[in-house]
Write a protein that binds this ligand. Structure first.
Ligand code: CTP
Length: 413
């Protein structure tokens, strides 16, 4: 995103102070920020702090004649590569959805032909209110990308969806919007995969040795959860089968928790048929016969663990009579990345393999470096966050199910 310009509209909500952190991250990434503060936004952050961090003058009023002389609001609205509204309040989104232009922010949003990304933050009841749901559907239909808010405890003490997403997630969405998300070409990004179903596996599996011990691995589940979230964001009905991980369920995702590979295999089989399968879990390749009681130390020496191979869930799905139209696997490799991934593609009956080199501590990290391997060859997606990989993958999936000619009618509900 280096060298790009973002017009940042800061709305009036308690989350407005987090926009300062976003500005700092954007500046660190080499992005020019043109800040616009709404009248209510100025109740939460001062123009001075916003302008100091952005290293640019803050625009607050439509009637700033001096600035109008040098750059009118029309030009201002079109001078950026992307407009980001953060936080996007219920009121600001309602006004944008109905095309009002009664202050600088709403006028800019109406006058622009630049892609817009909205980052909502509001009370859970406001988020779930039919009026807000309607307004967001309208905005998305108009081609505006509205992020899903985080789920959690709110400043007002209530719990649910409505919290501003974490700054790294906003940065990933901005990165994607600037990189290869052609908003003009793809109105209503969140509807591309509506009506499709996906099974996503994530996290490790634990194979019991006895009632207190298990065989496991270092998978955090972050990549699988990010993919489940990205697919849900694009309208997919996602069934997430999660191994033992400590992660919140992404908004709109149906989650089933499992422990062992056998449980995961059964949960996947139960949820077929589906349109898409994305097998991200680091399934344990072997299990042992579980001892009924805790294994004790004895004079006879340590117990010998007899390993038995687990079912391969990806291969079973890839060769199933109920095979999803698109089967995607992951490959964790410590050498010969592309050759091993290509071999897995054929062996497991997958359409794509997302290959990553795990020799440099990708397990548990927020960042990764993957290659997409298909029958046609491989693409290096470069170093990026796991969220960015998830969104890129979701867009590629949308390309399969919704090529240009078959786009849904943007006016249909
Ligand atoms: N996988 C699976 N079931 C298994 C093992 C792996 O579904 N029992 C899936 C993973 O979810 C991933 C892909 O297969 O999508 C590749 O996993 P990986 O651990 O890289 O490969 P392995 O099958 O273990 O092969 P190898 O031992 O050669 O690395």
């Amino acid at each position: 995103m280096q060298g790009k310009t973002i017009l940042l509209i800061v709305g009036g909500g308690i989350a407005a102070f987090k926009s300062l952190e976003l500005v700092r991250e954007l500046r660190r990434a080499g992005v020019r920020v043109t800040p616009v503060l709404t009248e209510n936004g100025a109740r939460f952050v001062t123009p001075l702090s916003l302008g100091a961090l952005a290293e640019a003058p803050v625009r607050t009023s439509l009637w700033d004649l001096e600035a109008e002389a040098s750059m009118g609001h029309i030009q201002l609205s079109r001078s950026a590569d992307l407009i980001v509204v953060c936080p996007a309040t219920a009121d600001l989104m309602a006004r944008a959805a109905t095309g009002q232009a009664d202050d600088l922010a709403s006028t800019l949003l109406l006058a622009t032909d630049t892609p817009v990304l909205m980052v909502p933050a509001m009370n859970v009841r406001m988020w779930e209110h039919p009026a807000t749901v309607r307004n967001i559907a309208t905005l998305r239909r108009d081609g505006i990308d509205v992020m899903e808010p985080d789920v959690g405890e709110m400043a007002c003490g209530e719990f649910g969806p409505g919290r501003l997403p974490q700054v790294p997630a906003i940065m990933a969405a901005i990165d994607l919007a600037l990189d290869d998300f052609d908003f003009a070409e793809r109105p209503g990004p969140n509807r591309w995969l509506a009506g499709k179903t996906a099974i996503v596996t994530a996290g490790p599996t634990h194979e019991a040795i006895d009632p207190v011990r298990f065989l496991g691995n270092r998978s955090s589940g972050k990549q699988g959860f990010a993919i489940a979230a990205a697919l849900a964001h694009h309208g997919v009905d996602v069934r997430l089968i999660a191994g033992p991980v400590d992660l919140p369920t992404p908004h709109g995702v149906k989650r089933t928790d499992v422990v062992s590979a056998a449980d995961m295999a059964a949960a996947v089989a139960e949820r077929l048929p589906a349109d898409i399968a994305v097998m991200v879990a680091a399934v344990a390749d072997w299990r042992v016969e579980k001892a009924p009681g805790k294994l004790k130390k004895s004079a006879a020496g340590p117990p010998l663990l007899q390993l038995v191979e687990n079912p391969d869930i990806l291969a079973t799905t890839g060769h199933s009579t109920q095979r999803p139209r698109l089967v995607i696997g992951f490959a964790a490799e410590t050498g010969d990345l592309l050759d091993n991934a290509a071999a897995k593609l054929a062996r497991k009956g997958a359409d794509w393999i997302v290959a990553n080199d795990v020799s440099h501590g990708i397990f548990g990290a927020d960042d990764t470096h993957v290659h997409l391997v298909t029958a046609k060859g491989s693409e290096d997606w470069g170093p990026s966050s796991k969220d960015t990989v998830a969104h890129r993958l979701a867009l590629r999936i949308a390309d399969v199910f919704c090529p240009d000619k078959e786009r849904p009618d943007p006016d249909a509900d």
